[in-house]
Design a protein around this ligand. Structure first.
Ligand code: APR
Length: 231
């Protein structure tokens, strides 16, 4: 039985040095998303897309989990299956902080996918157009990330958890990309309380039962301590 669902976005990893998308100077201000985060962009210029994700993979490797990742990992070890950690992030910082299981609805930059046979494997540090799939040999390899216009991963699992949780917590996301941006309303529709932990008010802050503003590395550990103290 899932008691708490936590959804995280780029703000969770911001204090680890990984860029967000829509803050000032964010990734989408520096790279046209239609060129680097769509199937059409990949078909047009696979080298550009591989370069973009190779750079994000290097940043991910160089980054370290922050206190918010560590607090969520600690909570996951205490609550076990009562907690579902869902993330829009493609980094592995929650896993490196010790979280036993993370549901990556937008995929993982540290994984690779074959567009021909759908084989998945740990990505090499750098991927290039024409790299052969280790399973079928096809030169159809790509980062295992979900691009705009593609179907997010694990939605059935997430919907089942939203239908039974008592608390939905949104951390470090602007609430601007669906279906993730609608998860709080889906959980509330099933009777869950909703809490937002964010640096700035998101698009839906006013619709959460409670919204706390501050950097994740401070306010997430504070919240986890409260949950653990309440038992
Ligand atoms: N602590 C907490 N929140 C933070 C911090 C921080 N240190 N720094 C930034 N934030 C908040 C911002 O206020 C903003 O609301 O994190 C949010 C980041 O929003 P976005 O840049 O839009 O990132 P995100 O919500 O994760 O984007 C969702 O959009 O482009 C797609 O696939 C991409 O998964 C991504 C999705």
């Amino acid at each position: 039985m899932t008691r708490i669902v936590v959804l995280s976005g780029a703000g969770l990893s911001a204090e680890s040095g990984l860029g967000t998308f829509r803050d000032a100077g964010g990734l989408w201000a520096r790279y046209p998303l239609e060129d680097v985060a769509t199937p059409q962009g990949f078909a047009r210029d696979p080298a550009l897309v591989h370069d973009f994700y190779n750079a994000r993979r290097e940043n991910c490797i160089a980054a370290a989990p922050n206190a918010a990742h560590a607090a969520l990992a600690r909570l996951a070890h205490v609550l076990g299956p009562e907690l579902l950690l869902v993330t829009q992030n493609i980094d592995d910082l929650l896993e490196r902080a010790g979280a036993p299981e993370v549901v990556h609805m937008h995929g993982e930059v540290m994984r690779a996918l074959c567009g021909a046979c759908e084989h998945r494997w740990d990505a090499p540090r750098a991927m290039h157009p024409g790299d052969p799939c280790p399973a079928c040999g096809a030169a159809a390899t790509r980062p295992d990330v979900v691009w705009f216009g593609e179907y997010p991963y694990h939605l059935d699992r997430i919907a089942a958890a939203l239908a039974e949780c008592a608390l939905f917590v949104s951390i470090g996301t602007s609430g601007s990309v669906y279906p993730a941006a609608g998860f709080f309303a889906e959980a509330a529709g099933h009777g869950a309380r909703t809490l937002e932990l964010n640096l700035d008010p998101s698009e839906n802050s006013g619709r959460f039962d409670e919204a706390r503003l501050g950097p994740a590395a401070r306010i997430v550990p504070d919240w986890v301590d409260e949950v653990l103290a309440a038992g």
